[in-house]
Unconditional design. Structure first.
Length: 249
């Protein structure tokens, strides 16, 4: 704002140069940070190696007990762990504590803007409580039906002669069609819930921007903050809520 007195052109040049420098710095910072967290891939590979070694030395009698022991289920759980412990997930968690830094800066600009942002950043967490349980339930159901479809496929391939001898082809086809239909319905509901949750997160971020600009404009008119502080508060508020939205999603 202090550059406005020297002309609009100088002001725009200063803003563009400043934003460009910050964007380049942020790009390299995020790239280096992501490269550091990719070391988790080595841990995941080590975990997979240990699981494989355990499966190769386990007693053969365990493999005969299908209901209590299935190697494909263990492999599925291993894949779940690897999908969870990846760079993107870890960075989403690590970014959450930095929200306090942006909130502290907002309180320094004006305490009212800090209070507004503090209240609104809890909205994504509250919204997530209503959608996390249904989404997790649908995920479990989808995983259960996928396992059943895999088992049915294995039986159709490995026990083909028995199936033809007892004329069970039509029954297997009906079971397969029913399982596939259930998987499609569950995934449709799952994607619908995820879409609604994502839309609500975007709407919350937009709502925060509108409130900060609206209330900040009133404070600027009253002379409590400057226009430059209003612009900075808007940027800080967006930075504060972004990690929460990523964490929830």
């Amino acid at each position: 704002q202090r550059y406005v007195a020297y002309g609009v052109a100088s002001t725009l040049i200063t803003l563009v140069v400043g934003i460009t420098v910050v964007s380049i710095f942020e790009f390299f910072f995020r790239t280096i940070r992501h490269r550091m967290t990719r070391e988790l891939d080595e841990i995941n590979a080590l975990l997979a190696d240990r699981v494989m070694k355990k499966l190769t030395v386990i007693k053969t009698s365990y493999y005969a007990i299908q209901k209590q022991f299935r190697s494909d289920v263990i492999t599925g759980h291993l894949q779940t762990v690897q999908n969870t412990l990846n760079a993107s997930t870890i960075l989403a968690i690590v970014d959450v504590p930095f929200v306090s830094v942006f909130l502290a800066a907002l309180y320094l600009i004006h305490y009212q803007l800090g209070i507004i942002t503090t209240v609104i950043i809890f909205f994504p967490l509250i919204i997530a409580t209503f959608y996390t349980s249904p989404i997790n339930k649908l995920n479990r159901e989808s995983h259960f039906h996928v396992i059943n479809s895999a088992r049915l496929h294995d039986n159709a391939v490995s026990r083909y002669e028995t199936i033809r001898y007892f004329n069970l082809i039509e029954a297997i086809r009906k079971s397969w069609a029913a399982i596939i239909s259930q998987i499609v319905n569950i995934r449709e509901k799952l994607e619908a819930n995820k879409s609604v949750l994502s839309s609500l997160m975007s709407s919350t971020a937009t709502l925060l921007t509108i409130i900060i600009i609206g209330w900040g404009a009133i404070l600027a008119v009253d002379g409590e903050i400057s226009v430059g502080a209003l612009i900075g508060a808007n940027i800080l508020a967006a930075r504060a809520i972004a990690p929460i939205v990523r964490f929830v999603q």
